[in-house]
Design a binder for this molecule. Sequence first.
Ligand code: HEM
Ligand code: HEM
Length: 222
Amino acid sequence: MNTDKQTMVWDLFVRIFHWLLVVFFFLAYATGDGKGPLHRYIGTLVLLLVMARIYWGFFGSKYALFKNFMCAPRKAIAYVKTLCTGTPPHYTGHNPAAAWMILFLLTGSLILGASGFLSCTNKGGQAWLDLGRTFSLTGTAYADPSGKKLHGDRYTSRKHAAKEEDEVESFWGEFHETAATLMLSLACLHIIGVLLSSRMHHENLTKSMITGYKAEQATKEL
Ligand code: HEM
Ligand code: HEM
């Protein structure tokens, strides 16, 4: 039941944020096993983008505000049930299921980026701002990389600390890899959701995310 009336739903910030996130997310994914610093720079951009979006979720425009689209989980479950019966109500902004998916995508990106920092290592000059080391449990135990000027107990304890640090880094490396795979699955689910919802409501949501406009329909609030 489309009418000709168009509403501006996604402001310029949200649209730029979204498409940059898509590009940087897939670039970060594609450069994940490279040896150079490129992956860490791109991953850091993903983190900065998501932080900017969180700010916008509190101080941005009407449809971007979390308080205007976040809802209780039962509302999202009820919405998914209406999807199954083929009678989902139309929302001008994010529908309740999309709202929860967005929450998962934003927090997932934060966790993924943070675990990337924690899995960074100094070896081979691979650290980015050295934050992986700053956050790691054993701190500056590597200050003398050779460790050979030290003798006796101190040498042994440094070797021990270095081993512990390697274990911490490889734990975060594994965690980061798993988180990246989970995020990719979430992103695929998100894309499927967008396509399904577009089909059911006879509207092109991807185009709306480019132009910012949605056609008005017999609609639920927001
Ligand atoms: C080419 C693939 C993609 C398309 C066509 C697409 C499309 C869309 C659309 C239409 C919306 C609005 C959905 C609604 O309210 O129902 C949206 C929102 C969103 N998408 Fe995507 N998306 C894609 C990929 C991704 C990826 C890979 C990510 C994250 C890694 C992502 C994260 C988000 C986020 C966080 C929002 C909320 C936007 C906001 O309110 O700021 N999207 N997307
Ligand atoms: C947020 C977007 C990010 C995505 C999608 C992403 C994705 C990936 C992927 C797919 C891998 C490859 C795992 C493998 O197959 O070996 C990887 C590895 C890695 N990433 Fe990220 N990453 C992101 C952010 C970051 C950030 C912000 C940093 C650090 C500043 C980082 C540092 C690393 C490091 C050091 C590795 C190698 C880990 C290891 O195997 O020990 N990543 N990442």
